[in-house]
Design a protein around this ligand. Structure first.
Ligand code: BG6
Length: 485
């Protein structure tokens, strides 16, 4: 049966996320024929814009987006016609709710997208409920940060849960919308040859790296309350770890997948107290040169504290205490203002049980590299004989799968996938409440232990490879980060 038409109501509809990500993604869906012709988008903000103002802003946002190369006038018009603006001040003048009620059509599905700071979630949900706008099929979308620690995350979830049941609550982790992240599940569970190797018997360790060249930009105020651990590790890196480590789910149903991810989070060995000195490293960028431009250090960035201990880099050695992974370290690292922007998962295989090529560099091992961005691809490195009649020499050589070369189609933006799924009512790629809370249970003690240390984060020059401590962290067991080979 045809899905019902939807009114998508975006709180924070004129804000940064809407302009940079949501509206361009909706435009691309529309352009490519993936948005129901009847879907309407209602942007809600406090700032009294007219529909024409909003459409003007939306047009510039669409034209300025890197994935939108040519704008066809007819498509743009059709898209802008879907948009309207309603002014609502959630904690203030209640007349906004009446205006919103008047803007919504009866008999449609409603999706309420909360692209606003979390302190506004409660007032918005209460306001929607009070105005009678929440129908039995209405869904809510929560954007990060989903709390600041376990307690605040629970409080936030409780506020939303008073109005929306869990199965209609969609928590965004935009990494789950990335093409290659979904492909990780396909790679693991649609092919037969990886699963027999996917355990401590054949895998030595796993590395998950997400580095950025950007600094905190204009977000120091937010970032000072967050840091890399809350901003990146608690959500994106742990989600990647879950997809890498989870058991095969019985089906690709939302709860089957999320049950398996939850078990991984629950199996993470806690890192507490003094253990952080062994198993974690935190860094903060100092001044330096990034892509040829001189940049200030974190403490000199405008809009926040100049004595902050906030980490802009974190590296950790995680362990999953279960039968499959006991003894296999998962090294995680992420940071801002580094020399390169890239996200990848590296599976390092063990050495062969019995090497038979004496006198060669046969102690090398193979790896599987799943590159999420840029240049999405999969790279299987195998030891190979170098051509030549002389002494036998081996070399690791990659079998490369490049998405750009293999598929003529463009990879959609993460938000195109996620918005499509919310509109269709599919929550597989969204985080369930218990997952988010399990992630905080592992992250909180690390931050608490850091706060108890007499030393702060290690300063690293912007534009470099990050703190030396990260190299000691992995080097302690004779291993190296993937790019160092
Ligand atoms: C966001 C973080 O969730 O992810 C940002 O708040 C970070 O600090 C961003 O820059 C990275 O996302 P992407 O898609 O650019 O890798």
């Amino acid at each position: 049966s045809d899905p019902r038409p939807t009114d998508l109501v975006v709180f924070g509809g004129t804000g940064d996320l809407s302009m940079r990500k949501l509206l361009p993604a909706l435009y691309l869906l529309d352009r490519d024929g993936n948005l129901d012709g009847r879907t309407r988008i209602v942007a809600v903000s406090r700032n009294g814009l007219t529909d024409a103002d909003l459409r003007g802003k939306a047009e510039s946002a669409v034209r300025g987006h890197h994935a939108v190369q040519v704008v066809e006038a007819g498509v743009l018009r059709r898209f802008l016609d879907r948009l309207s603006h309603v002014t609502v001040d959630p904690g203030g003048d209640p007349s906004g709710w009446t205006d919103l009620a008047a803007a919504l059509l009866p008999g449609r599905d409603r999706v309420f997208y909360l692209a606003v700071p979390p302190m506004a979630f409660g007032a918005i949900c209460t306001g929607l409920d009070g105005a009678g706008l929440v129908t039995p099929d209405s869904r809510v979308v929560m954007e990060k940060p989903l709390g600041h620690d376990l307690a605040s995350s629970q409080a936030l979830n409780d506020e939303v849960a008073r109005v929306f049941p869990e199965d209609r609550t969609y928590r965004i982790d935009h990494y789950l919308g990335k093409e290659t992240v979904q492909n990780l599940l396909v790679l693991r569970f649609a092919n037969v040859f990886l699963e027999p190797l996917w355990n401590s018997r054949w895998i030595d360790h796993v590395q998950i790296t997400v580095t950025e060249t950007v600094g905190v930009g204009g977000r120091k105020g937010y970032y000072d309350t967050s840091g890399a651990m809350r901003d990146m590790v608690q959500n994106h890196l742990l989600q990647l770890l879950c997809l890498t480590a989870m058991e095969p789910p019985a089906s690709y149903d939302p709860d089957a997948v999320r049950d398996e991810k939850l078990k991984v989070l629950q199996s993470l060995r806690p890192i507490t107290g003094e253990q952080v000195l062994q198993d974690t490293v935190r860094g903060q960028y100092g001044r330096g040169v990034v892509n040829g431009v001189e940049v200030p250090g974190y403490l000199d960035e405008p809009g926040g504290s100049d004595t902050s201990n906030t980490e802009t880099y974190a590296a950790l050695r995680a362990e999953i205490s279960n039968w499959r992974w006991a003894g296999v370290p998962f090294y995680l690292r992420t940071g801002k203002h580094l020399d390169r922007a890239r996200s990848e998962i590296v599976i390092r295989f063990r050495e062969v049980p019995h090497p038979i090529f004496p006198g060669t560099n046969a102690a090398g091992t193979g790896s599987l590299v799943i590159r999420l961005q840029p240049d999405e691809g999969i790279n299987l490195t195998m030891l190979t004989k170098m051509p030549g009649a002389g002494a036998l020499q081996l070399r690791p050589v990659p079998l490369e799968l490049s998405f750009a070369d293999t598929f003529a189609t463009r990879s959609p933006e993460a938000y195109e996938r996620l918005l499509t799924d919310v509109l269709a009512g599919d929550s597989t790629l969204f985080m369930r409440r218990d997952e988010v809370e399990a992630a905080w249970r592992w992250v909180d003690p690390v931050i608490e232990a850091w706060n108890g240390l007499s030393t702060g984060p290690e300063t690293y020059p912007a534009g470099g490879v990050g703190p030396a401590g990260a190299h000691r962290l992995i080097g302690r067991t004779g291993r190296t980060w993937y790019e160092e080979e």
